[in-house]
Design a protein around this ligand. Sequence first.
Ligand code: SF4
Length: 312
Amino acid sequence: MEVISLKPRSYCKGVVLAIRKALETKAQNPDKTVSVLGKIVHNQYVVDALEKKGIHTIDRPGLSREELLDLVPPGIVIFTAHGISQSVYRKAQVLGLEIVDATCPEVAFTQNLVKEKLAQGYEVLYIGRKGHPEAVGVCRDKPGVHLLENAEDVSELAAQEGDFQNRPIFVTNQTTLSVLNIQSVFDAIKNYYPQAEIMNEICHATRIRQEAVQKAGDMDLDILLVMGDPSSNNTKMLADIGRKEGIPQVYRVESVEDLDLNWFHKNSRVGVTAGASTPPYLIKQLEDYLEQVDLDCPGPLPQVNLDLLLEL
Ligand code: SF4
């Protein structure tokens, strides 16, 4: 079997900064309770490894960041790389929590851009996933920002808000969207609102990871393994791109423990990529295993060691 590492993949700068901040905060405050509001990155292994270090994740399905704040014990609260709305920030202050803000600089840039455009009188159309913490952080408390997921949402908005034709419109987006899908939404917006100013804010890290998978379409791969948590948006995008590129088998796995050896044969050409929230340790463990596995007599799959997982 030939294992081909697609690069770049795995942690981006924003994720490294956020995890480092969390570890430093706990190291500097060993006697205080340190909590992360939501998952620091969309990866359960990282959440579990942080818990082992005494850094608690406050997360419940269906609860907003604002609601989760009510569950944070006194001490330090860390805001994740996805960013946070002003109302959550203020509520944390009112609750008397010490705040460590690990918002990725790329997300903060988009948040500030949206604020500036609103102050200048624009209607802002923000393309993102409903309920995603980054999109919520940008759109919450801002009546002039309209969250759109796809071209159908643009048609609906146009039907409801006919007078936008005469308004200044600014368009931007969540940083982790697909380079393949976003253009159709931009085109739909331009169709209704030719005056719209568009600033594509898919971040550099997301873009170059997706481009690496696009190029893999010419590598004659039999299989593409995309490693990452099921909840990771940028991991999902990488798998979608692999399928669109025509790679015959595309599988999403969280770790080496998810492999099914029936997928492979001795001459398989296997590409490996990973979302920006996937720890490098998990990828190396999977690649090392695939490079040496004897498919006739494979033995048990290796297990993830959480003690090694937070190495950056
Ligand atoms: S994916 Fe982009 S925006 Fe998100 S944390 Fe990484 S660098 Fe920042």
